[in-house]
Write a protein that binds this ligand. Structure first.
Ligand SMILES: [Zn+2]
Length: 309
């Protein structure tokens, strides 16, 4: 699985950074792509990637500020124009109001979609587990921004152990039904009386990945809870070291606060996004260096950058 950043800027687009959006690519796992936020121009960014809009099955919105949602009507409409491709339904998760925004935009512009959108709206009272499939569970918790805003914790379920077929063959088990039984965890006895203990041929289950993707926020305990032991934490860094006061005033975080969250949560990696256009490239490397004094495995992401998880 990979995260591809489609927009890593804060507030408004700049030449190098578009407004917020990222894609969690789960193609190997479930043949789907999940979008997190959809700022204006997200569909243009997607054109520069290998992502096929039809594969986008779910969109998670952190909050209703324009730089996080103005790309939705355009993306949703373009997704309909994929000739000869099967039209698949789409789920949108987000704060109360997202449904009205999307449906109003589509209605006023006379846009008709050949697929269904299923909305899952929530408010402060309906957070917690918001989605569960056989492979993934997604939790949301309120953060601390200037409007209602959430962070998401995406937990992949533990992966079953795999069968060591070569070892099983070497033990004299013929290819066929017995193989299947061992694969299903059943012990078997061969014709010559040899007992095959299934557990000896199946690797231990592997823990699923945990990905934490936060919306805009001041430093808050909710961020730490969402990021506990995460393989990757994506955290905003609208401001830099020393700007804690102004960050608080505007409902945002500094790189140092993001690093503190990663450290307190025991996250494995920290990716900083929502970078202000005020920062030139030398400032961006300083953002990383300063944050690394608190949490070493930190990286400031760029538009279109892809990170393997
Ligand atoms: Zn915002």
């Amino acid at each position: 699985m990979e995260i591809q950043f489609l927009g890593t800027g804060a507030g408004q687009p700049s030449k190098s950074r578009n407004v917020s959006s990222l894609a969690l690519k789960l193609l190997d796992e479930i043949n789907e792509v999940w979008l997190f936020d959809c700022g204006e121009g997200t569909q243009n960014r997607i054109l520069e990637t290998s992502i096929r809009p039809r594969k986008v099955s779910k969109i998670f919105i952190t909050h209703l500020h324009g730089d996080h949602i103005f790309g939705l009507p355009g993306f949703l409409s373009s997704r309909a124009f994929q000739a000869n491709e099967e039209q698949t339904d789409l789920e949108i998760y987000g704060p109360v109001g997202i449904k009205s925004f999307v449906l109003t935009s589509l209605r006023v512009s006379g846009s008709r979609l050949p697929y269904q959108i299923h909305f899952h709206e929530f408010d402060e009272g309906s957070l917690g587990k918001i989605m569960e499939t056989d492979k993934f569970t997604v939790y949301a918790e309120a953060l601390d921004h200037t409007i209602f805003c959430v962070g998401y914790r995406i937990m992949q379920k533990d992966l079953e152990g795999t069968l060591d077929a070569d070892k099983l063959k070497a033990a004299g088990v013929p290819f066929g039904p017995l193989f299947g039984q061992v694969k299903n965890g059943q012990d078997v006895t061969l014709e010559d009386g040899t007992k095959i203990i299934a557990a000896d041929y199946i690797s231990a289950p592997r823990p699923g990945k945990v990905i934490t993707i936060l919306g805009d926020t001041r430093k808050t305990n909710a961020s730490v809870r969402l990021a506990v032991n995460a393989d990757v934490l994506v955290h905003e860094s609208t401001y830099g070291k020393g700007d804690e006061k102004i960050a608080r005033k505007h409902g945002h975080s500094t790189n140092m606060q993001a690093a503190e969250v990663a450290r307190e949560a025991g996250a494995k990696r920290l990716l900083l996004n929502h970078i202000s256009a005020r920062f030139l490239s030398k400032d961006v490397s300083q953002l990383r260096k300063d944050a690394a004094t608190i949490f070493e495995k930190v990286h400031v992401v760029k538009d279109l950058e892809e990170v393997e998880i």
